[in-house]
Write a protein that binds this ligand. Structure first.
Ligand code: BTN
Length: 327
């Protein structure tokens, strides 16, 4: 916690002497030095200059509860409970552990500056460096049983695309079911986790990771091409603002989905569908299938056309086979 307080002081990028930092936090200069070491271990570059003290090489915007709320309408603020943390193992895990602790008629949202064990789809890790990205999770209760959430993960992807468009980005697309790409590089990912009964209510945790100011970090061990908002906008982007826009859009999309189901969204899919008319390969537990992607059906399943006709794909890892062109 002290490390975080020190980081708050340094966040604007000004110099502070070790003595001044120690005084402000009521700790010794040795303790200051240890916290500086921990900040460096988070991947942030701290300059130490004789006679001037310490400063962050790049100023950093920390997530702040009040900052995020300041971008939102008062009426909307009544619809959710917001928690903001400097560090969690995983925002999804945090809400999964509280999956039945949902305030009456509200959703519950949490954000963290850092995740020590960020979760990706298919058991993969989601690399979550400090203060660089959005790590967002939202807990929502759907009252009509597990069947009624068919298509939800696609709806979340559509919500993200709309939010990114409203931020001014043209050209984002979705790789079914819910990977968000820009220029063939991954910009955001979505992970849904749930607990529910076939007929009763179904509580879902929707996790979203958006790459925001990641490019300044080096030595990231990410096994696929990625891009962040800072590269698209050619400059740093306010994470508090992106968080607010995300909350706003998610509240809108989830309420609409809750009321009208997936059919209300199906027609919006085509404009973001990166797979449309592409040769694709689907890796599933049972094996591999190939075909030409032909959009989705009214439940959100991917349709592929091959020698067997039109087949539905419900889950699996999809990749585009670029070698063959399709008319
Ligand atoms: C993917 O593999 O594409 C999904 C990535 C989802 C990452 C987000 S970050 C916030 C939330 N908490 C997690 O542990 N994972 C999700």
């Amino acid at each position: 916690m002290r490390t975080y307080e020190l980081l708050q002081l340094l966040s604007k990028g000004q110099f502070f002497s070790g003595e001044e930092l120690g005084r402000q936090l009521s700790i010794s200069r040795t303790a200051v030095w240890n916290h500086i070491k921990q900040i460096r271990e988070l991947g942030l570059d701290v300059h130490a200059v004789q006679g001037k003290g310490y400063r962050l090489a790049d100023p950093i915007e920390l997530l702040e509860h009040e900052q995020i709320l300041s971008h939102l309408d008062d009426a909307l603020k009544e619809e959710f409970l917001l928690e903001v943390f400097p560090q969690l193992d995983s925002t999804n895990r945090y809400l999964m552990q509280r999956i039945y602790e949902l305030p009456a008629s509200k959703s519950r949202i949490c954000l963290s500056d850092y995740q020590t064990a960020g979760r990706g789809r298919r058991g993969r890790q989601w690399i979550s460096p400090f203060g660089s990205n959005i790590y967002f999770s939202q807990l929502w209760r759907f009252g009509k049983g597990i069947g009624a959430i068919e298509g939800l993960s696609l709806v979340v992807a559509l919500a993200l695309c709309e939010m990114l468009q409203e931020l001014g980005i043209e050209g984002v697309g979705i790789k079914w079911p819910n990977d968000i790409y820009f220029n063939q590089r991954k910009l955001a990912g979505i992970l849904l986790e749930m607990s529910g009964e076939a007929s009763g209510s179904c509580n879902v945790v929707i996790g979203i990771g958006i790459n925001v100011n990641m490019s300044r970090l080096t030595q990231l061990d990410i096994d696929q091409p990625w891009i962040d908002l800072a590269e698209i906008f050619r400059g740093p982007v306010s994470r508090n603002l992106v968080a607010a826009r995300l909350i706003e859009t998610m509240q809108k999309y989830l309420s609409e989905f809750d009321d009208a189901g997936f059919t209300a969204f199906q027609s919006r899919w085509r404009q973001f569908d990166l797979l449309h008319d592409q040769n694709v390969e689907i890796r599933e537990i049972q094996g591999t299938r190939q075909g030409v992607a032909r959009g989705i059906d009214d439940s959100g399943a991917l349709l592929i056309e091959n020698a067997k006709g039109l087949e539905r794909v419900l889950s699996g890892d999809v990749s585009i086979r670029f070698s063959e062109k399709v008319d």
